[in-house]
Design a protein around this ligand. Structure first.
Ligand SMILES: Cc1cc2nc3c(=O)[nH]c(=O)nc-3n(C[C@H](O)[C@H](O)[C@H](O)COP(=O)(O)OP(=O)(O)OC[C@H]3O[C@@H](n4cnc5c(N)ncnc54)[C@H](O)[C@@H]3O)c2cc1C
Length: 432
């Protein structure tokens, strides 16, 4: 590793870190990315849906690159509200998702992160894998570098913490405490091998196209979270993601939960005959806007999961990581031109975030999780109600439709109309 000083040290070669490094390296700054994994992506876990727009802003038309590690462009997205033996499905399919900048792709992070980190190297950043950062180096109150687990010290005008949900760097810099179980979800995922034709048959897809599906209700066993199933080229990603504190309270292991999910009648058919290729688990920050640490200080910025930037209501994280990383990188480029890396100058990063969807979206959903948690109805009553109402709607049993309607009203009245209205009102924020 080169031992002369850098303009910027980026810790972590995930979407946030690589985006930051590309922005800076392209502007001619001397940048290094330090990644603890054996190679970028080696330890990374995501569902994984990648939203194109934010990557297109960094690598224009990336989907035309035959080397880009993309699985399938998504044409259909579905939500499924389950009981043990029934489900209501709401979904949307359209080829419009493929027009212009395609809306999103499925990816497998191990492959994608390698490709993306190569783009940073091509832009001129130095990328070192197998290097774990353990501490920051301070001088006169400001952060001037990092220390690795091997004891090496590296100096730079700015350190950008992009080291993910547990961010050691933000903790050592004194900006964050260790996360509490109520502030994180635990995601566990299996990649299940299945031939492309079978995937296309089961999900009724055109060759090469993909679908996503999230499941709520009884399938999360009374825990706040969801189950997902996404189509890759010749595999399915099946996973669970529920609050860590809920797993602890219920004494459920995510791997056992995932095994039970596989037996749910909706999932069972879709994965029949598929072979488990890999299992992985990872934390997801859930604290969002309210848990965001200070984002800028003298010689220091933080982006992506390290800064809690996940919009769980919309399963968005990697896009927020890319945008916040890019904005952090652009801020350092401006600071370099000014020759001033003070917290005051670097705080223009926060202004940039405020003007972007990142801030607005995180602020918008900041109370959503608490609202859902306040009413245990979302984990049991409402999923059952949705299924009961659907059953009534689609049953032809010889009774007049008026009686069906009366029965439907009685089902809602059981909980109280006012209560239902109050409980459902906050959910509008996750609806559009
Ligand atoms: C199960 C699951 C499903 C998800 N599904 C989706 C989805 O479908 N769509 C979506 O947009 N988001 C999803 N997310 C969220 C998404 O994965 C994250 O928001 C995103 O990866 C954040 O990017 P990041 O670069 O901030 O952090 P990460 O991707 O976590 O990258 C951090 C990097 O830092 C490295 N690192 C950590 N500590 C150190 C250290 N001390 N020294 C050096 N390197 C270090 C890590 O090895 C890693 O490479 C999901 C997450 C999980 C767990």
């Amino acid at each position: 590793m080169a031992d002369d000083a850098f303009d910027a040290i980026v810790v972590g070669a995930g979407p946030a870190g690589v985006s930051a490094a590309i922005a800076m390296a392209r502007a001619g700054l001397k940048v290094v990315i330090l990644e603890r994994g054996e190679y970028p992506g080696a330890k990374n876990v995501q569902g994984a849906v990648l939203y194109s727009r934010m990557l297109h802003e960094i690598i224009p038309d990336f989907w035309k690159d035959p080397e880009a590690a993309l699985e399938r462009p998504i044409v259909e997205q579905k939500t499924c509200i389950t009981t043990e033996d029934s489900w209501v499905t709401v979904g949307y399919r359209s080829q419009k998702f493929l027009e212009g900048v395609p809306n999103c792709y499925t990816i497998i992070r191990v492959r994608f992160d390698r490709w993306y980190a190569e783009k940073a190297a091509e832009a001129g950043a130095e990328v070192y894998a197998g290097v774990k950062v353990e501490d920051v180096v301070r001088e006169n109150g400001g952060i001037v570098g990092i220390r690795t687990s091997e004891g090496d010290e590296l100096r730079a005008s700015v350190v950008i913490a992009c080291d993910g949900v547990n961010s050691i760097v933000a903790q050592k810099a004194g900006f964050r405490k260790e996360l509490r179980p109520a502030e994180v979800a635990l995601g566990a995922k299996e990649v299940l091998g299945l031939p492309a034709e079978k995937i296309e048959d089961r999900f009724a897809l055109e060759p090469g196209q993909g679908a996503t599906m999230e499941l709520f209700g009884s399938i999360t066993e009374g825990m706040l979270g969801y189950v997902f199933i996404y189509t890759n080229k010749d595999s399915l990603s099946l996973g669970v993601g529920c609050k860590l504190s809920d797993y602890q309270k219920k004494g459920i292991r995510p791997s056992d939960h995932l095994e039970r999910v596989k037996r749910h009648p909706y999932i069972k058919k879709l994965i029949s005959g598929a072979k488990t290729l890999e299992y992985s688990a990872h934390l997801i920050p859930e604290g969002g806007f309210k848990s965001m640490p200070p984002l800028a200080a003298d010689g220091f910025l933080t982006a992506g999961d390290a800064a809690q930037m996940v919009n769980a209501a919309y399963r968005e994280g990697s896009n927020l990581a890319m945008t916040s990383g890019r904005l952090a990188g652009e801020t350092v480029v401006e600071a370099k031109i000014k020759g001033d890396f003070s917290g005051a100058t670097l705080s223009s990063y926060v202004d940039k975030l405020r003007r972007s969807y990142v801030w607005s979206d995180l602020e918008e959903v900041k109370d959503l999780e608490a609202a859902v948690e306040r009413s245990e109805g979302f984990l049991d009553f409402y999923p059952r109600l949705a299924n009961d109402l659907a059953y009534l709607r689609f049953s032809v049993d010889g009774r007049p439709k008026k009686e069906h309607l009366k029965q439907a009203i009685a089902l809602v009245r059981k909980r109280g109309f006012l209560r239902v209205a109050k409980e459902l009102w906050p959910i509008r924020k996750a609806a559009i």
